[in-house]
Design a protein around this ligand. Structure first.
Ligand code: NAD
Length: 432
């Protein structure tokens, strides 16, 4: 990897999925990086060389760049000598559906004394207008010489390091060329085009990209319902549809719908943002409604098959919101588990990585490390996360070990003919 001809000193605020990947990748590009977080255990773990969550390649990158990358709890330590401050803190939803910007503003508070900064760069996903408000705060604090840029993040958990270093595009929203040049220059050595625009457009580009990806998934789920009613196979339909390069094959999979730390909150935030300006986004509202209905629709097929779940043991295969991550924020598994529990089922679950974020729910389920033990004696199983290792289970043996071999494949991961051959009553989404 080619390193930057002009290494910079960078302070990164937030040692989560985005902040750590950003910090480690900027260090890999040759910059000196200090990452600041407010959670003591996180900073202590990082200082010991431990990454507090699962992200492939991240530990190795942190280790390889240890000489240029450090971690602190102290904002002033992070800012000492820093030329650029990256804001990578979380922006969770408020009760009203907006993005909660309190952490972003807390970081800006820390920056107001750092007159030596050349630029503040916001990577957190924020509503349109956030940059303009931060710009006004910087100006009021006498920091009108400090540039501002929106540099939204398009990486996906599970492939974030590779996505950062080989991106489809690097969006740089800045209102002056010097700041845009500085941020673009920080990415020297990265294999991807820099797309420059104004701050508001960069903010909206991020939310719009997510909304369009959600739309593709919900459309596949809507067509899946039609397939179930007519005998068509959604995998074949969407397979053919996605071969058109104007459409593209990704995000056209029917199933239990999206979850995760971004889509649910970003979709609602965009809707709420528009409604504050008196605008209604009917298409986006429908996309969200289709997604919310997806787990219930799939579960209904299982309940019809086994005559309800009251008193039955149901095993969830997968808890993380998608394969390749330990992230359980807004995972569809939580919707499925709470519905099953509410209807009287005993719920078992298995996942190779998931880090439970809602113990009040998951303490009511039984978690197994061994997937075969989780399935033995169960009345039904549901594939909730598309973990590839599930493809290789000895399904015939599993069918024989279950009280009744019924499987709802909520991700269309397995081969219907093979599963039936293994002895399963096999249900999936939008497939006959
Ligand atoms: N996770 C993703 O895949 C992804 C993708 C694109 C964009 N984003 C956006 O990036 C932002 C960060 O997401 P994430 O998944 O990394 O969140 P995260 O919850 O994993 O990490 C946020 C970190 O910020 C820390 N923090 C909170 N207040 C702080 C402060 N004042 N100073 C320093 N650190 C502070 C938290 O302790 C936490 O470690 C969000 O706006 C999210 O929408 C996330």
């Amino acid at each position: 990897m080619e390193t930057s001809p002009s290494p910079r000193s960078v302070a990164v605020f937030g040692a989560g999925y985005i902040g750590l990947v950003t910090g480690a990748c900027l260090a890999q590009l040759g910059h000196r990086v200090v990452v600041r977080d407010v959670v003591q255990q996180k900073v202590d773990a990082l200082a010991r060389g431990e990454v507090p969550f699962h992200e492939p390649g991240l530990s190795e990158l942190i280790l390889a760049n240890a000489g240029r990358l450090s971690f602190t709890l102290d904002a002033s330590v992070a800012l000492e000598g820093a030329e650029v401050a990256y804001v990578c803190v979380d922006t969770p939803p408020t009760a009203a559906g907006d993005a909660d910007l309190s952490r972003v503003h807390a970081v800006v508070d820390d920056l107001l004394g750092a007159a030596h900064l050349r630029a503040v760069v916001v990577k957190s996903t924020v509503p349109i207008g956030t940059g303009a408000r931060i710009r006004a705060r910087l100006d009021r604090a006498g920091l009108d010489h400090v540039g501002y840029a929106s540099n939204p993040e398009f990486t996906a958990e599970g492939t974030a390091v590779d996505d950062f270093l080989h991106p489809d595009r690097i969006v740089v929203g800045a209102d002056d060329d010097a700041t845009a040049d500085l941020v673009a220059g920080l990415h020297h050595g990265v294999d991807g085009p820099v797309v420059r625009m104004d701050v508001a457009s960069a903010e909206l580009a991020k939310l719009t990209a997510n909304a369009l990806l959600m739309t593709k998934i919900s459309f596949a789920n809507e067509i899946a319902g039609l397939c179930e009613a007519t005998g068509a196979d959604v995998e074949q339909v969407m397979g053919a549809v996605g071969m058109d390069p104007r459409i593209g094959s990704r995000f056209l999979r029917a199933g239990l719908g999206w979850g995760g730390s971004c889509f649910p909150k970003d979709g609602t935030a965009l809707k709420t943002l528009a409604s504050r300006d008196g605008l209604h986004l009917p298409l986006l509202s429908a996309v969200i409604d289709v997604n919310n209905a997806a787990p219930g629709r799939a579960l209904q097929r299982l309940k019809d098959e086994i005559g309800g779940v009251d008193g039955k043991t149901v095993t969830l295969l997968g808890m993380a919101f998608k394969a390749g991550t330990d992230d359980m924020r807004q995972a569809p598994s939580a919707v499925v588990a709470s519905r099953l529990l509410a209807e009287g089922a005993e719920v078992r679950c298995w996942d190779p990585l998931a880090r439970v974020t809602d113990p009040a729910l998951w303490d009511r389920t039984a978690r197994f490390d061994d997937v075969l033990k989780a399935l033995a004696g169960a009345d039904a199983a549901i594939v909730v996360t598309e973990w590839p290792q599930l493809r290789d289970l000895p399904w015939q043996e599993v069918a024989a070990s279950m009280a009744s071999p019924v499987l709802l494949d909520g991700r269309n991961l397995l081969d219907p003919a093979a599963m039936r051959e293994a002895g399963f009553t096999y249900l999936s989404v939008g497939r006959p």
